[in-house]
Design a protein around this ligand. Structure first.
Ligand SMILES: C[S@@+](CC[C@H](N)C(=O)[O-])C[C@H]1O[C@@H](n2cnc3c(N)ncnc32)[C@H](O)[C@@H]1O
Length: 149
């Protein structure tokens, strides 16, 4: 949860909505949604059983700002302000999946990188990249924030 809270620090009051790509057990989407009750967070999880678990979590926690979509990320169409990708896919593939889903300007991907990631080197040309180190957790890699120029 501490690791996921780092993503909440990237969200701002102007952000209206977000996708958690490959949400799994709801990370980081559920944590961010609790931290930002005004943000509409859609948990995108293609595995039906996992999506059912997420629906249970949303119900038990009474999260009015969270939706669950049991679809593949590639099938999404509505643009959002922020996409989160934690253990979803390598950086380049995560960017390719999220880039068409991000509002322009201002839309950004928040990518949880591995410890050995060379985020700047891996980023496609023409993409703004900010790398935030993980100050609290020795086991975490940096957070990479990517935005369309
Ligand atoms: C390794 S888990 C990570 C879960 C969570 N984000 C975390 O950090 O613990 C990756 C999840 O992404 C889902 N997934 C993978 N590719 C997907 C796609 N194209 N569309 C939707 N979900 C996908 C998988 O079903 C799996 O639950």
């Amino acid at each position: 949860m501490l690791d996921c809270l780092r993503a909440a620090a990237v969200v701002g009051p102007r952000d209206r909505d977000a996708y958690d790509l490959g949400s799994g057990a709801g990370l980081p989407g559920v944590i961010v949604a609790v931290a930002w009750p005004e943000l509409l967070v859609t948990l995108v999880e293609s595995r039906r059983r996992r999506a059912s678990f997420l629906e249970l979590v949303v119900d038990r926690l009474g999260l009015g700002n969270v939706r669950v979509e049991a679809v593949r990320v590639e099938d999404l169409a509505e643009p959002v302000d922020v996409c989160f990708a934690r253990a979803f896919a390598p950086l380049e593939r995560s960017w390719r999946a999220s880039e068409p889903l991000l509002r322009s300007p201002g839309g950004r991907l928040v990518y949880f990188a591995g410890r050995s990631a060379q985020a700047r080197a891996q980023a496609p040309p023409g993409v703004l990249v900010e790398v935030r180190a993980a100050p609290m957790l020795a086991s975490s890699g940096p957070l990479v924030i990517m935005a369309k120029q």
